[in-house]
Design a protein around this ligand. Structure first.
Ligand code: ADP
Ligand code: ZN
Length: 429
């Protein structure tokens, strides 16, 4: 079984935890150099990794309250780069890196790519935004570390993406999943079929929640294997957790992070295998260590060990962020529950929008979903029956009856960045 760093990736749990304790204590010491942690962590050390539970949490609000330099743990002259989050859920947060931090991030990223079968013989086209968003440069340095020929294409401009793929024989691509359907449509409009007219064999997809059904659709459209890639800028960006070739959960690198899953209300660890909020601690970051950072992402540990032999635990698909959840008529709903149902219907495309509104003092939930271009027919009976079937399945899943509207292919507005799945126009009382 090939590994990028066998010694680290296949450590026994006992040895992994020993390493974590050493690195955590070093990290705490480093963190206390920052104005923020100097108040809360001074003199703290752990003897066993479980003792991490005695340390205070760090929240996104703490990052915002101490913006921009309150978490900086080195002299500013050691810092060589900053990145900030996309700001999907509010003001962006900033993370600083020293040269050491960038090196270890590139290494983690290379480990992820290698585990998913990418090799130095591949031509890798990164269709992610370069700049403050970590998906561009984060991948870039990992691709180069691995030794692939990299094409830093950046986001959007689908015709150019296709041309690059054809000119240079791209074999691996990286993009956000919601973009890939659009790219596929442009292939079709140009009279091309990505399965026959490119050399693509692998796509890395991540940065936004998506269901397994969505992944399978991407694999069918492009004739590739698509691997789930998870990261967040507070923990560097991409390279935090990634599926290996077995596509059986995302390995999270426990030599670089302590990973906990807690009940978001009680903040107590959930029993193994149960869903909760992911909490992460950096173990190899100098400029800006973060201790017990509450990611707000909801997931669970997968039981057992992966066939690949890597011993680091695996995370299940991220079902959403705790703040993605919306409540309609007392029912708690996640966009991914809706997507899971919609993607079962082959007649509809991957693009959908949930609008929450107030009508006569009542909440209404409208689900607009685009018909697949091949299935788009103006037959009233066909559309009526399909709408009814989707409505019934959604009601069984989310326990309220939404208004389902089938709309023409291409009619839901799309931006360049992460897909917006929910618009809340409700009157707040
Ligand atoms: P922002 O929080 O502004 O979107 P980031 O670009 O740092 O900023 O995004 C990180 C977040 O994106 C994660 O916390 C998670 O919610 C989401 N995310 C990243 N990768 C995945 C993935 N593979 N599956 C689901 N969600 C993901
Ligand atoms: Zn594996």
């Amino acid at each position: 079984m090939p590994y990028w760093e066998k010694d680290l990736e296949t450590l026994s749990r006992t040895d992994l935890e020993k390493l974590q304790v050493i690195r955590l204590n070093k990290t705490i010491e480093q963190a206390t150099q920052s104005p923020f942690y100097s108040k809360t962590l001074k003199g703290k050390q752990v003897r066993d990794i479980k003792e991490i539970q005695d340390l205070p949490f760090t929240t996104k609000q703490d990052l915002r309250d101490n913006f921009p330099y309150g978490f900086l743990s080195v002299n500013k002259k050691e810092v060589v780069r900053l990145h900030s989050s996309s700001g999907t859920t509010g003001n962006p947060t900033v993370v600083f890196h020293t040269q050491h931090d960038l090196n270890s991030w590139a290494n983690l990223m290379a480990r992820c790519l290698y585990a998913a079968g990418v090799r130095d013989t591949d031509v890798f086209q990164n269709m992610s935004g370069y700049g403050l968003f970590t998906g561009g440069l984060g991948f870039q340095y990992g691709i180069e570390r691995l030794g692939c020929l990299s094409i830093p294409a950046g986001a959007g401009n689908s015709l150019r993406q296709i041309k690059l793929m054809q000119d240079y024989g791209t074999t691996v691509g990286h993009a956000i999943p919601s973009y890939l359907k659009r790219l596929y449509d442009v292939f079709l409009e140009a009279g091309l079929d990505p399965k026959k007219d490119t050399d693509l064999h692998t796509l890395m997809i991540g940065a936004e929640p998506h269901t397994d059904e969505q992944r399978r659709r991407i694999e069918d459209m492009f004739g590739v294997k698509a691997y789930n890639s998870f990261g967040l800028s507070e923990m560097n960006g991409p390279g935090v957790a990634f599926e290996c070739v077995h596509q059986d959960g995302m390995h999270i690198w426990e030599d670089a992070y302590v990973v906990e899953i807690v009940n978001p209300e009680t903040l107590q660890p959930v029993p193994d295998g149960e869903y909760g909020e992911l909490v992460m601690t950096t173990l190899d970051r100098v400029a800006m260590p973060l201790i017990r950072y509450r990611t707000r992402d909801l997931t669970r540990f997968l039981p057992g060990q992966c066939k690949c032999g890597r011993t680091h635990r695996r995370l299940d698909r991220i079902t959403g962020r705790s703040d993605d959840m919306f409540i309609v008529k007392g029912c708690n709903i996640f966009p991914m529950q809706v997507e899971g149902i919609l993607m079962k219907f082959k007649e509809i495309s991957s693009d959908y929008l949930i609008t929450l509104d107030t009508k006569s003092d009542n909440d209404v939930m409208i689900v607009e979903v685009e018909l697949d271009s091949k299935e788009f027919v103006a037959d009233i009976n066909f559309l009526g029956n399909l709408t009814q079937k989707i409505t019934n399945e959604l009601r069984d899943e989310i326990l309220i009856k939404p208004v389902v509207k089938l709309v023409q292919p291409g009619s839901i507005p799309k931006g360049e960045g992460k897909a917006v799945r929910v618009v809340d126009k409700r009157v707040k009382s």
